[in-house]
Design a protein around this ligand. Structure first.
Ligand SMILES: [Mg+2]
Length: 229
């Protein structure tokens, strides 16, 4: 079993890491017992536990209403460093309205596909219609070719348009500069491409970046490990 370093800080992705992936982002269920495990770990780590996710913070609050942790939402675009603190939003460009209109029209052509809006980005999900994947990718790549304010990111059966220069590594760096994280050894756990930035940042602090499939198998493996700590 992987040992937690002394004076660790935990940075945990949510979907596919703490909770099982579902057909759509709305369809996930939070396993019984997860909230208690996170709360006791958070207390043991002096508060140094953060959820670092692509979801907006509001969704994290809705999924884990009784778990008071730091949260970096929207891949680090919005950060709440303490449970009671205000949300800090990174400055950035809005998505042009005509892009969103086109995205809605595009998704309508592929039943089962889904448009998810974020504060400064959007996601085209194609788990429900895999044939749409390459069409969505082509459209977004073409759009972003001459637009420096956002970038394209691959997720599980989805393409995400994210603010450029913001990623989970930035989220780790930001939180590691603040109490109760500062001076601790970060351990980042995630299952997806976007988590690799967070893992790299954790390693740069002398910590660990752990890939779910490689070290735990799946989210239930992560939950067992966390419970055993
Ligand atoms: Mg994930």
């Amino acid at each position: 079993m992987i040992a937690l370093p002394d004076r660790a800080a935990l940075f945990l992705d949510l979907d596919g890491t703490l909770i099982d992936l579902a057909a759509t982002p709305d369809a996930v269920t939070v396993p019984e017992g997860l909230a208690d495990v996170l709360t006791s770990l958070r207390n043991r780590l002096g508060g140094a536990l953060a959820i670092v996710t692509g979801r907006p913070i509001e969704q994290v609050d809705a999924l884990l209403p009784n778990v008071a942790t730091a949260v970096a939402g929207e891949h680090g675009g919005v950060i709440r460093s303490n449970p009671g603190a205000a949300m800090q939003r990174a400055a950035g460009h809005a998505i042009p309205q005509n892009w969103l209109d086109t995205a809605a029209a595009l998704v309508a052509r592929y039943p089962g596909a889904l448009l998810e809006r974020k504060t400064r980005g959007y996601v085209l999900h194609f788990r429900g219609n895999p044939a749409a994947g390459s069409v969505f990718e082509d459209d977004l790549r073409h759009r972003l070719q001459h637009w420096p304010h956002h970038c394209l990111s691959a997720a599980h059966m989805a393409w995400e348009v994210k603010p450029a220069g913001i990623d989970k590594g930035v989220a780790v760096d930001t939180l590691m500069a603040l109490p109760p994280f500062a001076g601790r050894v970060p351990v980042f756990i995630g299952d997806d491409v976007t988590d690799e930035d967070g893992m790299r940042a954790a390693r740069a602090f002398g910590g660990l970046g752990l890939q779910v499939q490689e070290h735990f198998g799946d989210a239930s493996g992560v939950r067992s490990w966390l419970a055993a700590l």
